[in-house]
Design a protein around this ligand. Structure first.
Ligand code: PSV
Ligand code: MN
Length: 388
């Protein structure tokens, strides 16, 4: 068994934010499969998210999506989270589910619709005040489907203008985090398609504007760890939306499709100073569990991130730097692969037990009876899902 004691203090720093929407029903454009016991409101979503933290110690915060998670009293929701041993985290805006936004939101040529989208972000900022959230995360569905449909340059200028108005409203301890995505729902062009565009836009705003890297938002074959390196180098990597993909924005369990890619990403995070509580880089999940059980799906996800983080922390950096300097290609590659090939699972089980956590969080959750209790208890009402 690989002894993880030397990296235990670093493992203690790990915190992975969960998305409230992972606990609601979800699906594809073909079908949403409802699951028994799914939350009916944000309170129940938080109760489920708290289970993930209870069994792993890894997920102390929950991200909200507005308006999906609208409530009358956000201070009360924050108190509910606290009572369950977690806290509220990032506030995600939503400008992709209103008829007015068919041709765009903050980039729209109609000033009335642009202002409506900006006002929505002002509402999100007010919520952040009540929940104590640090980050406002913006993902825009804006784009076009056909060449010539709209003026891409004009849209980019309006984007800059709208973002500035939103940024000017956030508090001194808050941040604006702008996500990019190269396609979907727009299929010809997207107004924030790549890290470069996101970087250009946030750099113009001010120091508290950062880029969010969603691992599912790149073309196949993209070297995502290079982007991680570059954004860390530029001081603009604000957060990750972790998930994994085989084809498009699949939103599957992080580390499921390509564990080696997750290792490479985390290795660059560690190398670039992006790991740890004070790094300013937030780890979040952005996933949907369409066919598998949601709570264990999230438990497996945070464990996957923890396992790859442990492997990344085991890279012998001194030996690697020496091999790189010596131009020893195979030795350098071998050092990286040694860390990747290390089975950290027994060491992590011992690490968890030493902290009073279950050695096997998946088994402990399954034995807890929580799944049966929510199936029995959550009868009636409308289950949460996209759009609710
Ligand atoms: C868009 O695909 C995205 O990744 C954004 O982060 C959204 O907020 C999230 O999915 C949920 O719709
Ligand atoms: Mn995302």
């Amino acid at each position: 068994m690989t002894d993880l004691t030397p990296i235990a203090p670093l493992l203690d720093e790990q915190a992975i934010e969960l998305p409230s929407w992972a606990f609601g029903n979800s699906g594809t454009r073909f079908k949403v499969f409802a699951q028994p016991g799914v939350p009916r409101d944000p309170y129940e979503k938080i109760a489920d998210a708290a289970q993930v933290h209870r069994f792993t110690g890894l997920a102390p915060t929950v991200a909200l999506h507005i308006p999906w998670d609208k409530v009358d009293d956000y201070a009360d929701l924050a108190k509910h989270a606290e009572d369950h041993g977690v806290a509220l985290g990032t506030i995600n805006s939503n400008t992709f589910q209103d008829d007015d936004y068919k041709l765009g939101s903050v980039t729209h040529s109609d000033p009335r619709i642009r202002q409506k989208a900006i006002d929505h972000h002002y509402e999100c900022i007010d919520i952040m005040g009540a929940t104590g959230s640090r980050d406002l995360k913006i993902w825009l569905a804006d784009g076009s489907n056909y060449p010539g449909q709209d003026d891409m340059r004009g849209r980019q200028d309006r984007l800059a203008d709208s973002l500035q108005k939103i940024y000017d409203r956030i508090g001194p301890e808050q941040r604006l985090v702008l996500e990019y995505k190269f396609f979907e729902p727009a299929f010809y062009h997207t107004d924030v398609p790549d890290w470069g565009t996101s970087y250009v836009q946030v750099a113009a705003l001010g120091e508290r504007a950062m880029v969010c890297l969603d691992t599912g938002h790149h073309a196949p074959g993209t070297n995502i760890e290079f982007i991680v390196m570059q954004l860390l180098r530029l001081g603009r990597l604000g957060s990750f939306d972790f998930n994994s993909r085989f084809y498009a924005d699949d939103d599957l369990i992080v580390g499921a499709a390509d564990p080696f890619q997750l290792f490479r990403i985390l290795t660059e995070v560690v190398r670039g100073g992006g790991y740890g509580r004070d790094s300013g880089v937030a780890f979040m999940l952005d996933q949907c569990h369409n066919i598998e059980d949601k709570i264990p799906g999230q438990i497996r996800s945070v464990l996957n991130v923890q396992e790859m983080t442990a492997r990344a922390l085991l890279v012998d950096r001194e030996a690697l730097a020496a091999a790189q300097l010596a131009g020893d290609v195979l030795a350098a590659n071998g050092i990286l692969m040694d860390a990747f090939q290390t089975d950290v699972r027994p060491g992590l089980a011992a690490y968890r037990e030493a902290k009073g956590l279950p050695a096997d969080p998946m088994a402990a959750y399954a034995a807890s009876g929580y799944a049966a209790s929510i199936v029995e208890g959550r009868v009636g009402g409308a289950q949460a899902g996209w759009g609710a």
